[in-house]
Design a binder for this molecule. Structure first.
Ligand code: PBG
Length: 327
């Protein structure tokens, strides 16, 4: 054949492929979500998430040190709160001596450089299992919830959080949190907004880990409809950007790479993808059954999230990936 263009030339060796590759995946791109529970020396496996545990503070710090030594710069912390401490208003969420505040202080003391991303939402503390306060009529009360989110974020900031991360999807919470943090002298604290968060079945294993599933109804009046992308994602993202978010997020990741691309192309802010618990569970189950090559699948999936526009990826695979990338 008399071909002018032979694209295969640029794929003909490992060296040339490395030179022309468009995307990289490095440990610095990974953020590691961790579940914390009360106690000492406790390490409880999470159902449906092989390799993932809930740790008491002491063991959580040891595990996070491993992540740090592998080049991971930040962890996202989620506390498992005993049922006896849950109530309608999520009061335990702003207890300065509660599990979460103690966790944050201990992490900052032992691993001062590791960035702490702290979850701001009612669900781990709510007896209703919702991210907001539920009214008598069963409605999620937006503005009343934001008042609690403010107390929660201030408690986390005072304990040493670097980045507060509202995952609740209430309207107006980014502006309210920014104003409250600044007013209290926490200008240094960043806000990572779960700005584009879908009402997704992919959160199943996470809710088991924290025993935080809704007791009634679902989260569709606050989390987004998976059937909507371009317009609703841009609306949520631009509002949060205008209200003062430092990071935007798209969650889940794999089924929403089109949304990730749209958000990336329409903001100057860094965009984070959350490779959520159900995505992790599917890969682990298929790998354990011997149906797929776990390492290749995970590296391909996370590289695709980077290609679609993620600056960073929250992923339960973070430590494995950092180890694979080293070898
Ligand atoms: C709730 C929250 C959820 C996740 C992070 N924060 C679940 C939910 O919205 O019900 C899910 C993360 C995952 O599945 O890995 N505020």
């Amino acid at each position: 054949m008399d071909l002018t263009y032979r694209p295969r030339r640029l794929r003909s060796s490992h060296s040339i492929r490395e030179i022309v590759r468009e995307t990289t995946l490095e440990p610095r791109h990974l953020l590691y979500p961790m579940f914390i529970e009360e106690g000492e020396g406790v390490k409880t496996p999470v159902a449906a998430m092989p390799g993932i545990h809930r740790y008491s503070i002491d063991l959580a710090i040891e595990h996070a040190r491993e992540a740090w030594n592998l080049g991971i710069k930040g962890v996202a912390l989620f506390p498992a709160i005993p049922n006896g401490l849950k109530d309608k208003y999520g009061s335990e969420s702003h207890n300065p001596e509660g599990l979460f505040a103690r966790t944050i202080r201990a992490f900052k003391k032992e691993l001062p450089e590791l960035l702490l991303i702290t979850d701001v939402a009612l669900d781990p503390y709510s007896s209703d299992g919702h991210d907001g306060i539920v009214s008598e009529a069963g409605e999620i009360l937006n503005d009343e919830t934001v008042e609690v989110l403010i107390k929660m974020a201030l408690t986390q900031a005072a304990a040493g959080a670097d980045i507060v991360a509202p995952s609740d999807m209430m309207d107006g919470r980014i502006g309210a949190l920014r104003a409250a943090l600044d007013e209290a002298g926490f200008e240094r604290v960043m806000i990572m907004s779960y700005s584009t968060k879908y009402a997704s079945a992919y959160y199943g294993p996470f809710r088991t880990a924290l025993d935080s599933a809704p007791k009634m109804g679902d989260k569709k009046t606050y989390q987004m409809n998976p059937a909507s992308g371009y317009r609703e994602a841009l609306r949520e993202s631009s509002l949060d950007e205008a209200e003062g978010a430092d990071f935007l997020m798209v969650k889940p990741a794999l089924a929403y790479l089109d949304v990730l691309r749209v958000v990336r192309d329409n903001t100057q802010l860094p965009v984070v993808a959350y490779n959520v618990s159900g995505e992790y569970a599917m890969v682990k189950a298929a790998a354990q059954a011997g149906y797929i090559d776990e390492q290749r699948i995970v590296l391909e999936t996370l590289t695709s999230m980077r290609r679609a526009g993620a600056d960073a990826i929250l992923t339960y695979h973070a430590l494995d990936v950092a180890r694979w990338l080293k070898s």
